[in-house]
Design a protein around this ligand. Sequence first.
Ligand code: NDP
Length: 258
Amino acid sequence: MGIIEKMRLDGKAAFVTGGARGIGKSAAQAFAQAGADVAIVDMDIDEARKTAAEISGETGRNIVAVETDVTSKEQVDLMVKTVVDKFGKLDIAMCNAGICINAPADEMTYEQWFKVINVNLTGVFLTAQAAGKVMLKQGYGSIINTASMSAHIVNVPQPQCAYNASKAGVIQLTKSMAIEWAKKGVRVNSISPGYIGTDLTLNSPNLKPLIQEWNRMAPMGRLGKPEELQAICVYLASDASSFTTGSDFVIDGAFTCW
Ligand code: NDP
């Protein structure tokens, strides 16, 4: 089989958390274009349904929407069961839902800290754990966790210690699961995007005013687009990456090279 065929996802079943919009939606589109059936998992079920209908219309794949808050173990376990019941198996899990709250470290409240860590780190743990249990039984599967360049550098000028710590945690969690499951057919990798134009950045009242400043610092002078992360997601989901596990992929237009 040639390399392009190996990157196809025909007959595979996937889910993407935070799949209703932004990076998750774009990854779900890519998985479906490559041939996979995909569950769009999100707290925002109306948007998830719209996204599922859009991707299904574009690709003809079986795309479903599942309402889930990734911080709830019960909801995550039920979501994975629903996906497996629908598709008969689970090949690809993208644990992508995440939030950002900006506050100086000395002023950050316990509630702000806890919320960010709970969604970004505990949510990824619960989701990858539930997916991993199914994949370990199957003897195969690929898990892709969304970390961030904020796991590698401290973003400036905005203060976001909880976000940065949560994303560094996602990378170590990824490596830990990858080692534990390496001989069992389950691969676990993470992606670390630089600034990407999504609702999280473009429509956040705190972050939007900083875009000019980020662009000034960015070697390419611009934000990335969600679709510029699609190829790495398809690669990691596919059999083309069969020797790739425990790796983190920084896709940031050289932002962290300074
Ligand atoms: P968006 O805010 O555009 O989309 C995130 C989606 O996740 C939203 O639909 C949101 O729903 C959903 N979500 C939030 N909390 C939960 C939850 N508890 N359970 C289920 N779904 C939830 O974000 P992006 O696409 O920009 O970000 C996706 C991931 O990429 C995040 O992990 C983010 O940290 C990471 N990332 C983003 C970068 C960027 O510059 N945009 C850079 C590097 C990493 P709702 O809108 O209802 O809250």
